[in-house]
Design a protein around this ligand. Structure first.
Ligand code: AMP
Ligand code: ZN
Length: 114
């Protein structure tokens, strides 16, 4: 999508600190990290939000979680624990309208969400 920040990152038009990529998925460091490890895992194709996910996306979402786990391993937080978060829409706290999983770790997370 032309006017989407994360599509521009996938296309290399905006620089990012790439952590991983394959044919379906792109992962890069969050520009404003909320934890020592803060990586965003996104589909290369534009999907606006998790609310757009349908049955056809099940393999893609499963793949995104597998990759998030793999990155948790390579970032050294797999054993200690980490958080995967998806914000959806305005009240869900989603600022960028391209589906992304936040991978957060490297510190104790509070039990509070939101
Ligand atoms: P959300 O609030 O769930 O939509 O998360 C959007 C995330 O994207 C925030 O954590 C931002 O810090 C992050 N972000 C925004 N612009 C960039 C960028 N150019 N490179 C990396 N991360 C970004
Ligand atoms: Zn996009």
């Amino acid at each position: 999508m032309e006017d989407c920040l994360f599509c521009k990152i996938v296309a290399g038009k905006i620089p990012s600190q790439t952590v991983y990529q394959d044919d379906q998925v792109f992962a890069f460091r969050d520009i404003n990290p909320q934890a020592p490890v803060h990586v965003l895992i996104i589909p290369k194709t534009h999907i606006t939000a998790v609310s757009d996910i349908t049955k056809e996306h099940i393999p893609l979402l499963g793949h995104m979680v597998v990759i998030a786990n793999q990155i948790a391993q390579s970032e050294g937080i797999f054993e200690k624990g980490y958080r995967l978060a998806i914000n959806c829409g305005k009240e869900g706290g989603q600022a960028v309208a391209h589906l992304h999983i936040h991978l957060l770790g490297g510190r104790q997370m509070s039990g509070k969400l939101g």
